[in-house]
Design a binder for this molecule. Structure first.
Ligand SMILES: [Mn+2]
Length: 424
């Protein structure tokens, strides 16, 4: 299914008057309005190929129907999403769940939908049916050299697939670690992982980046070999200038000050990218902005401040991706909500009076500094985000239009009720 542009225009015309009223109100008094709108238009968030099907837990999975059955259908879904909001202009592939049979044709199909390929993702956290050696006790850290070699070769293979698609980065997330005290020699596990990563790093093409993603726990529950930003930064620092730390919001212990982590990684020139989601307890799969939108804003405030301080391009100099799982929602609706939440937090961060904030900080005026941040956070920027969409040729209200056009019903008609997307 594809959404014709005239349907988007028709919808926009039907809600335009109300939008104009809201936008005029929101835009009043905003300094540098055109620049902010341009930044919002340019800011694209990659959609992972595993986020288009219903997620599950180890207890069960409840499919919503019409899930993409092939890589082509996954690209079609991201294309649908992108036509609605013009903000999801990239797809991030997971290998081996989404190995393109014909890379050239897949690349052409993506281009038809206005999509490029974001970071490719390797998988050594589960065993594949045809796999010789098991990752039950880790991959890049494994005590057995042949198992490590198999995992290294897989990552190098992922890079090759990425090169064919025009991707320019690989995200390595390892589930390596241990479940019980005594299981692992931490020092040896670290050293083996580092040496394995070095071999993968050596296979990176010139213009490529490697993102080392960390996670505090799960599936290993006693230790993770890349468990926090300190460990990731250690690896990235030793690997070299093409290696960066990747921050996934849900991969921290509860109450971690993620905004401070982001600020320091940026200052060190070692922040590579971002995975968006939200969590209430220790999870990493809830819709970004659904639990703690203030934290998301504070993170974006550090991102904007830090990137501006280093003269970086917001839209292109870091990798931006959603990484969540949708157990009870229509995945496409959830992704539309996710992108909206990200854009709102970004817009609010762009509204922060940074000069006044710095002056308040330098004067140790604590109350004033808090007021300045909260002034931006409490501004209703939804009409600004909608205006950016309108200017980009997208729908003023993507989710409403998605429902009005009965997209999911159409996908179920096309693909069937009982389809299952590869992946989660
Ligand atoms: Mn992630």
């Amino acid at each position: 299914m594809q959404i014709d542009k005239y349907k988007i225009d028709e919808f926009n015309n039907s809600v335009l008057k109300e939008h104009k009223r809201r936008f005029d109100f929101a835009a009043e008094g905003v300094n540098g309005l055109d620049g902010i709108l341009k930044k919002l238009v340019d800011f694209q968030i990659a959609i992972p190929s595993w986020a288009l099907g219903t997620g599950g837990t180890r207890f069960g999975r409840f499919s919503g129907g019409g899930e993409p059955r092939t890589l082509e259908e996954k690209i079609e879904d991201v294309g649908l999403l992108h036509s609605l909001n013009k903000s999801g202009g990239a797809i991030s592939l997971h290998i081996p769940w989404d190995i393109p049979k014909d890379a050239k044709a897949i690349k052409a199909l993506a281009a038809q939908h206005g999509l490029r390929f974001d970071a490719v993702n390797s998988n050594t956290f589960q065993d594949q049916p045809d796999q010789k050696l098991s990752y039950k006790f880790g991959s890049l850290q494994h005590v057995d050299k042949a198992t490590r070699k198999q995992a290294i070769d897989h990552n190098i293979d992922v890079i090759k697939h990425g090169v064919e698609l025009g991707s320019d980065s690989i995200t390595v997330w390892l589930s390596d670690g241990s479940c019980f005290p005594g299981q692992l020699n931490f020092r040896k596990a670290y050293q083996r992982t580092l040496e394995s990563l070095q071999e993968i790093y050596a296979a990176l093409p010139e213009n490529w980046k490697m993102f080392v993603e960390y996670k505090a726990f799960e599936p290993n529950f006693y230790s993770m070999t890349v468990g926090d930003w300190g460990q990731s930064l250690l690896y990235a620092g030793k690997l070299g200038p093409k290696a960066y730390t990747l921050v996934d919001l849900g991969h921290h212990l509860p109450n971690a000050n993620i905004e401070q982590i982001v600020a320091l990684l940026l200052a060190e020139g070692k922040l590579g990218g971002f995975h968006f989601n939200d969590s209430k307890y220790g999870d990493d799969d809830l819709t970004v902005g659904s639990i703690n939108p203030y934290q998301l804003f504070l993170i974006f405030n550090e991102l904007v401040e830090g990137m501006d301080a280093r003269g970086m391009q917001h839209a292109t100099d870091l990798g931006w991706m959603i990484d969540a799982s949708h157990n009870v929602k229509d995945p496409l609706e959830d992704l539309l909500q996710s992108i909206e939440a990200i854009k709102i937090a970004y817009a609010q961060a762009l509204l922060v009076d940074s000069k006044a904030l710095q002056a308040a900080q330098e004067a140790s005026d604590v109350a004033k500094a808090q007021e300045i941040l909260q002034q931006a956070y409490r501004t209703d920027v939804r009409a600004l985000v909608a205006e950016a969409r309108l200017q980009a040729g997208a729908a003023l209200q993507p989710l409403q239009l998605y429902r009005q056009l009965k997209v999911r019903d159409n996908l179920i008609k096309e693909r069937g009720q009982k389809t299952v997307a590869t992946g989660l």
